[in-house]
Design a protein around this ligand. Sequence first.
Ligand SMILES: [Zn+2]
Length: 282
Amino acid sequence: MRKEELEKLFFDKFNEKIVVSSIEKNKVYFIYDNLNYSQRINRLLISKPNIRSVSNVIEYLEYYFKKIFKENIKILNYVNHNEHSIFIYNGLKYKKKPNSILKQLPTIKSCLEKDKYFQNLSNKKHGLNRYSYFNLDTNYNGIHKKIQIRCNVCNNIFHQTIGHHFYSGEGCPICNKYTKHNTMDEIDNKFLYIIRLFNDNENFIKIGITINNSNNRFSSFPYKKEILFFKKIKNTYIIEQELQNKYKKFKYEPKISFGGYTECFKLDILKSNLLSEKKLFI
Ligand SMILES: [Zn+2]
């Protein structure tokens, strides 16, 4: 059979074009929708060219993924149709069978780097490295299950569902005074601190609350630290709020974002007798 004949037969059958590059014995090599295929002649008109007859499966998957979802993937390996392929999507590794890669966008279920996946979500929702998580790669079990979370500001370790934490945006019950899980009692009698944070370019004050009295309690702040005040006081929450309000005209926004970065003040706040506030010494 001649090339033109096959092309015409294909067009008559599917109303689409192929360009036949060669015919060898009973096999036809052709281009369809920009990809190379090879198929036995007697199968050519039975079904449209697909993943089973394409010459380069990786190219096929990347090409149609882009066409269908308008996004990119990079396939790292392809073994055969029945085994999982590993691919990169949005910077993370996923694993799926070749046939299902084009059925829907990858979800958390097929993600091989759930720790990173959730850390990215967390950075967007809560600020960079505000929280740490424990082995979500192996412990993930749906968004309604509770996971263990470490607050990098007060070092409190608490449990929250993935849905509440990453999607509704609930955070540390001690630091985050605005979530419904907090009561005044929980955040009463904590340490109030006033620290100076600085580097070569910045120099400012942070006021906050922590339950933690260990040396690494401020380790998540991406600056050098000098502790100016650190004391367990009564009504910590109320006093902290009073200070935040009283000195709000000194508010400072650090150039590097971190958990609690909204509670920072210009150095000038020290000239306003902040450190000799009576309420700090009751
Ligand atoms: Zn906290």
